[in-house]
Every structure is written in C-alpha cells, then in structure tokens.
Design a protein around this ligand. Structure first.
Ligand SMILES: NC(=O)C1=CN([C@@H]2O[C@H](COP(=O)(O)OP(=O)(O)OC[C@H]3O[C@@H](n4cnc5c(N)ncnc54)[C@H](OP(=O)(O)O)[C@@H]3O)[C@@H](O)[C@H]2O)C=CC1
Ligand SMILES: O=C(O)C1=N[C@H](C(=O)O)C[C@H](O)C1
Length: 276
C-alpha cells in the first residue's frame, strides 16, 4: 500500500510542486493537505488547487485534521517548529525543507529528532547534494590557496537570505577547512572594506523574477579559478527529492528509520565513509 503523506504549506509554491511529485510517485500518495489557519484555501479540493484536477481530498488547516504516515513540511520556520513538535508527539517521521531558521528555532526543531526520524535539508535536489560532495573535494584541494565566494540567485518572492543552500554550502567548505562559518562569513560588502582576508567566505545574494534557484561557489586562486554551479529549472527537482526522503524515513516499506537527525545526503547514501 502507498505511504500516506501529509504536506504542510500546501498552498505555497513547493506545496503545489509536492502535489505533482506525489501524483507521479508509485509508492507515496497525498493523504492530507495542510494550509495556514485562516487561509482562504481551507475546504477547497487539493487536486484542483494544485492544478491537477479534482482529487476528492479537502484542504484542512491543521495536522490534527489529517490522516498520514509521514509529514513533508515546506512552510515557515515558526510553523515547521510547531509541526515537528506535533509529529514527535504522534511518533510520525518528518521531512522539512523550510529554510531561514534562527539558531534557537533550529535547536527546538532538532530536539524532536530524539523522538522521531527527522530529515532536514536546505535543498532536496540530487544535484545540490552532489555539489556538497564536490565542494568538500574542492575545498580540500584548493581551499587554503583560494578566496572562496558563494553567489546565489532566487525569485523575487523569497523571504530569507542568503538561501539555506548557500549557507549549507558555506558550512561544508568551512568545516572541511576547519573554519567556523559564524566567524569567517561575510554577508555583502560596501564602502571602504579594506583588502580581502583570505580566511573569509563571502556571500552574495541576487533576488528577482522567477529564478527557481541558482548557486555558485567560486574558488579564486592566483592564475586560475574553479566554479561549482547548480541551476534548478523546476521545483519538481526539490519536490521529488522530498518525496524520496519521506519514503526513506518510512524505511521503504519496512519499519521506519530510528529516531535521529538526517539530511538528504543520508537519503542518497552520500554520507558513506568510503566517499570521504
Ligand atoms: N529544501 C528545499 O529543497 C527547498 C526549500 N524551500 C523552502 O521552503 C519554504 C517554502 O518555500 P515556498 O513554497 O517557495 O514558499 P511559499 O511562501 O510559496 O509557501 C509557504 C507556504 O506555507 C504556508 N504556511 C505558513 N504557515 C503555515 C502553517 N502554520 N501551516 C501550514 N501552512 C503554512 C504559507 O501560507 P500563507 O501564504 O497563507 O501564509 C505558504 O502557502 C521556504 O523556506 C523555502 O526557502 C523552497 C524550495 C526548495
Ligand atoms: O525559496 C526557494 O525557492 C528555495 N529555497 C531553498 C534555499 O533557501 O536554499 C532551496 C532552493 O534553492 C529554492
């Protein structure tokens, strides 16, 4: 039987993409579509709202009104923290794609991983997670001799900056080089900045139009440079990854994973020690 998936943030850009990804999945199906309390979408047909035709599933405004095995959450930091606590209390696995958490929100979110399997990924696409792996190699080989800059571009509606993916990329590079990202990150430059400090990792943000998501990490050395770039052209790449993660959390038809904090590299088998 198909794994029953609830989607929180159903009315958003990713919510609709998740509806399409679940429609394409052989092993998972949409069983609950959750929107913000007070949303005008409450009571509407989920399939119609997602542009997929009538589904017979009514949109609701709380997880307690839905029936599900596993939750996929792409909402806001506040809502994700609440939803994770609900899932932990109910013993249900959760895959979270929301970005923009502050340190305290992230601590509260991850505390729930003591009770249930929780997969938190700033980017669920396969390509970005492969880039994380490539970045480790690039940082190891070139990092000490290069200036490292991270550039990201997203659509005009995005509310957090830098993107969660850019921050994850910075963390991968900083960790590989034994640097503390909180100390070396430079978020934008203006005025008399002085010369660049070699140990810093710079971030630049572009917002506009309908850009789905683009990330480049530049390793700028004397006489040469390496650029590792990922460009997403469809939100389906994120949504299909999140569905894959939800199925993985459910143990792919067997018993669910043990409680713990996982990420998309665990789902893809990219955290295996033989790859390091
Ligand atoms: N990890 C990944 O691969 C990806 C992550 N993201 C991240 O996912 C998040 C969502 O992105 P996107 O879909 O573009 O944003 P949207 O703003 O389009 O969608 C977010 C939705 O969450 C809804 N929402 C807010 N509070 C609640 C609540 N309590 N319960 C249920 N729904 C709620 C909002 O409703 P309302 O509008 O009515 O307030 C909105 O419809 C962002 O943080 C983004 O950065 C995005 C793409 C990929
Ligand atoms: O808000 C978005 O759209 C995206 N957000 C994620 C992020 O902040 O990294 C992932 C993706 O790039 C799209």
């Amino acid at each position: 039987m198909a794994v029953q998936v609830a989607v929180a943030g159903f009315g958003g850009r990713m919510g609709r993409a998740l509806a399409a990804a679940l429609r394409l999945s052989e092993h998972a199906g949409l069983s609950a579509a959750i929107v913000r309390p007070g949303s005008s979408l409450v009571g509407a047909d989920a399939g119609e709202v997602a542009g997929l035709g009538r589904s017979g599933l009514t949109i609701v405004d709380s997880l307690a009104k839905g029936d599900f095995d596993v939750l996929i959450d792409f909402t806001t930091p506040l809502a994700s923290v609440e939803n994770a606590a609900y899932c932990a209390a109910q013993g249900r696995p959760i895959a979270i794609g929301t970005t923009g958490f502050d340190a305290e929100q992230k601590r509260r979110l991850l505390a729930n991983a003591a009770k249930v399997p929780l997969c938190l990924a700033s980017n669920f696409s396969t390509g970005v997670n492969l880039c994380f792996q490539l970045l480790e190699t690039a940082a190891r080989v070139m990092g000490e001799d290069a200036d490292i800059e991270i550039v990201e571009a997203h659509h005009r509606h995005k509310v957090d900056a830098p993107s969660g993916t850019a921050l994850s990329m910075g963390e991968v590079v900083a960790e590989t080089l034994g640097r503390d990202l909180d100390r070396v990150a430079v978020y934008g430059r203006e005025g008399q900045t002085g010369e660049r400090d070699r140990d810093t990792i710079g971030f630049a943000t572009i917002r506009g139009g309908d850009v789905v998501g683009e990330h480049s990490v530049l390793f700028l050395a004397e006489g040469e440079r390496v650029e590792i770039t990922h460009r997403a052209s469809s939100r389906l790449s994120f949504a299909r990854g999140a569905v894959r993660a939800a199925l993985w959390l459910m143990g792919s038809g067997q018993s669910p994973r043990a409680p713990g904090h996982y990420d998309m590299r665990d789902v893809l088998g990219l955290n295996a020690s033989h790859l390091k």
